[in-house]
Design a protein around this ligand. Structure first.
Ligand SMILES: C[S@@+](CC[C@H](N)C(=O)[O-])C[C@H]1O[C@@H](n2cnc3c(N)ncnc32)[C@H](O)[C@@H]1O
Length: 218
């Protein structure tokens, strides 16, 4: 299958998924609060670094229904922009966050492989989305993000990690789960270095291990 067709199939898959917590979390809507709690602890630590990122503006990539923006980013940043390719999710995100919420910034209706940031961001959050990109598009996406960071800005990656050294393909949503070592190679290829990394705790045993990485340009 060509890459174009894979991306199209993935978009078609998400187009049929309901705009709910359970929808975007593949039936695991009930773990959202634990997830947000782990992200909050991680972010709190990053904000106490010697050279912390500013908290003016963040970008939520593959934002879905605005779960991360609404429950996490908006309480830290003055403005939060979102990028998401599915129109129904964008509408749900606007409703969930509140279109009149002064902290809601620009919503980009785009796929990440085509998205080129127009602004500079203090923090770029990528969660449960990078498996939708092939390695080549992911490296280039990370390079574009890296060039769009303000001083001390960070890219956060929060993703499933495969337990083997193999790629796990998901035939339902056309995504891929990468092993830890490959993630490190891709960050390196995008000239990013790890400032901090942690593993999400208290998730159910039956799901992948979820790792958080805070990255900055080398
Ligand atoms: C598993 S959901 C995660 C949503 C959100 N990050 C969260 O944690 O709640 C994956 C999201 O990525 C979006 N998506 C899938 N492929 C994408 C692509 N190539 N570009 C942008 N968004 C994409 C889907 O529409 C969906 O909203």
């Amino acid at each position: 299958m060509t890459q174009h067709k894979l991306y199209k199939n993935a978009a078609n898959y998400w187009a049929k998924v309901p705009a709910t917590l359970n929808g975007v979390l593949g039936g695991f809507g009930h773990i959202s609060d634990i997830d947000i709690g782990g992200s909050r602890t991680f972010l709190n630590h990053l904000l106490t670094l010697q050279d912390p990122p500013n908290t003016n503006i963040a970008l939520d990539c593959g934002a879905g229904i605005g779960r991360v923006s609404k429950n996490l980013l908006i309480s830290y940043f003055d403005k939060v922009d979102l990028v998401e390719q599915d129109e129904k999710f964008i509408n749900a995100a606007k409703e969930n966050i509140g279109e009149d919420n002064a902290k809601l910034g620009t919503i980009y209706h785009l796929s990440l492989q085509h998205f080129k940031p127009e602004k500079m961001y203090d923090l770029i959050w990528c969660q449960w989305i990078l498996g939708c990109l092939n390695d080549y598009d992911l490296i280039n996406f990370l390079i574009r993000c890296s060039k769009s960071l303000t001083t001390n800005g960070l890219i956060i990656v929060k993703e499933n990690i495969s337990s083997s050294n193999e790629l796990d393909y998901d035939e339902k949503d056309y995504s891929v789960t990468r092993p830890y070592e490959l993630m490190l190679m891709l960050f390196d290829a995008a000239c990013l270095k790890i400032v901090k990394t942690d593993v999400q705790v208290d998730f159910p045993d039956e799901i992948y291990s979820v790792h958080m990485f805070a990255l900055k340009p080398k």
